[in-house]
Design a protein around this ligand. Structure first.
Ligand code: COA
Length: 229
């Protein structure tokens, strides 16, 4: 056998393995690919998502890493997660529990912590952090409900729960529980819509936890008093 025929054989084997991998991913991640297609208006086709979407690749790696994590092979689990991070820019701790049909759009800079739990049909944009707030052990990362959208750059911190069907605005910092069907924006995050209705932040003190807003409101009241005099 010449070196040339050996090389051809190796190439054919690699090609077959590649095709096999593509077929397996298409079968096992069909719904995730469909979700990406539905949620990304820029997506042009099945093969494009399958081969070129970092969010999908990070998810595939995570499923494998999570398997090793569950059987306590932490080093291998972490190794897979770090390789995935290198190629996709998305860091998912192997311990994170992720539901069905997650779509991470763009993906770069996404960090998902060890005890984070993500429900079904969630959409995360780039630079989202599902992180902890300190050095506490145990459950210290958020739980994200079903059908939640987390905008680019948003930080959801601590052992809090984001209710089903909620929207977290781009760059929001959320540090308290969010009830279902809410829209949260700003730093710190405040609820601006619930069950499709706008919330008057001025009246809704239970949801205002912004000290700057509170100071401004107090100043406003004092000015009104002075003006009335
Ligand atoms: C939060 C979000 C879901 C709100 O959508 P919506 O329900 O249509 O809300 P509206 O656009 O009616 O905005 C409601 C109020 O919140 C404000 N707002 C909206 N998004 C905001 C944000 N990210 N940060 C701060 N304020 C925001 C609006 O200015 C508006 O204020 P007003 O009532 O004083 O006029 C949306 O604005 C958002 O941030 N989506 C994330 C998108 C994203 O990250 N895309 C990345 C693509 S690469």
């Amino acid at each position: 056998m010449t070196l040339f025929t050996l090389l051809i054989q190796i190439l054919i084997i690699l090609l077959v393995l590649f095709v096999l991998k593509i077929v397996l991913i298409s079968i096992f991640f069909f719904k995730e690919i469909q979700a990406a297609r539905a949620k990304d208006p820029a997506a042009k086709g099945f093969l494009e998502i399958l081969l070129l979407y970092p969010g999908l690749h990070a998810l595939i790696h995570h499923r494998v890493a999570h398997f090793f994590y569950k059987i306590h092979l932490f080093f291998i689990a972490r190794f897979i997660s770090q390789v995935s991070r290198f190629f996709t820019g998305i860091e998912i701790h192997p311990g994170a529990k992720i539901g069905k049909r997650l779509f991470i759009d763009h993906g770069m800079g996404v960090v998902i912590g060890e005890t984070a739990i993500i429900g079904d049909d969630v959409l995360l944009y780039q630079a989202v952090t599902l992180g902890g707030t300190g050095l506490v052990k145990g459950k210290r990362h958020p739980t994200i409900g079903n059908n939640v959208v987390v905008g680019g750059g948003a930080k959801i911190l601590g052992n809090i729960t984001i209710g089903d069907n909620s929207y977290i605005g781009a760059n929001a910092v959320v540090i308290k529980d969010v009830p279902p069907n809410s829209t949260v924006v700003g730093v710190p995050g405040r609820i601006t819509k619930q069950d499709g209705k706008k919330i008057d932040i001025g009246l809704d003190h239970s949801h205002v936890f912004d000290p700057i807003m509170q100071n401004i409101e107090e100043l406003q009241k004092r000015i009104e008093k002075l003006e009335n005099k």
